[in-house]
Write a protein that binds this ligand. Sequence first.
Ligand SMILES: Cc1cc2nc3c(=O)[nH]c(=O)nc-3n(C[C@H](O)[C@H](O)[C@H](O)COP(=O)(O)OP(=O)(O)OC[C@H]3O[C@@H](n4cnc5c(N)ncnc54)[C@H](O)[C@@H]3O)c2cc1C
Length: 305
Amino acid sequence: MRVLAYGDVLDLALELVAAGREISDNVVLLVAGDQEEKIQGLKGPNEVLLCKDVKSDDQESLVELITSIAQDFDAILLPNDRRGRELVGVIAHKIGGSSTTDVSSLRLENGVLVIERITLGGKAIAVEELSLPAVMTIQKGRFKPLEDIEPEVREIQAPKIERRIEVLEKKEKPRVGVPLDKAEIVVAVGRGFKKKEDLKLAYELAEILGGVVGATRPLAADLKWMEEEVWIGISGVRVAPKVLVVVGASGQQQFSAGIMDSKIVVAVNNDSSAPIFEHADYGVVMDLYQFLPALIKKLKEAKGA
Ligand SMILES: Cc1cc2nc3c(=O)[nH]c(=O)nc-3n(C[C@H](O)[C@H](O)[C@H](O)COP(=O)(O)OP(=O)(O)OC[C@H]3O[C@@H](n4cnc5c(N)ncnc54)[C@H](O)[C@@H]3O)c2cc1C
């Protein structure tokens, strides 16, 4: 069994390598783009294939690159982010392989590749057998990077491609503050907020506490009140702050799956039977529109502002 791992963010790619090691002693990491310096001293994979002339944001070239070397591998592991989810089906289709996403564990049973993935919106775990070659995305944070092997680095050339997509323009998204998954204090907001403008209460609280604001999926994905990157949960970001304040979110399983590594959870909800209280260390049963202004006032007074 030979495994290829590809991820444009190296930390995440090393998690994929660790995942690959569950089923193989031969895990190769593919690195694309101008990352020669970053891979100096990197440990974990048996080999690193470096392709400098494919940029990690060029999906067409990436697909061609991965499929051009895929015949040497039985399994291809990708990150479970947007890029990985875009690539998985296309690559599986091109190489005639099986594909799946959200993989949380993988093993070999009598030579058969068996994976587990959360399904039915977090209510069940599916156990699936995959035929080879298999292409899959691996959930973030499931596998601890290994630092045991010093890999050989081999440079490879990008295959020539006939482009069918022309990129006309690229715009950088402004990055504000610490990324949600690294933040030590997070204020998570849900549909208890009636209007987008009311979120300023959450931003004010986060600013006083020195934290960042995250959201439930409906606020980011359906109402589009916030960026997609800030939705917490099974299909979003997993947070692990020292303090998480959840305001006006019911705490459905799919959201709560993303907050389990938080150290202290404070929940504010006007419904005492909301499931979020099952995960909370401190619960406040109150209308957020009364509680937040009062809390902000107290914190400001305490800070002498
Ligand atoms: C496949 C799948 C994947 C999903 N993935 C995710 C995911 O990753 N993340 C995610 O968040 N969701 C996800 N969901 C959606 C999830 O099931 C819930 O629908 C969602 O988390 C609910 O968001 P919410 O808590 O903001 O809204 P609601 O469930 O509507 O909760 C609003 C809460 O606000 C409280 N409230 C209302 N007014 C006030 C007030 N004035 N003061 C205080 N409290 C108030 C209410 O009591 C209620 O508890 C997924 C669903 C599916 C099917």
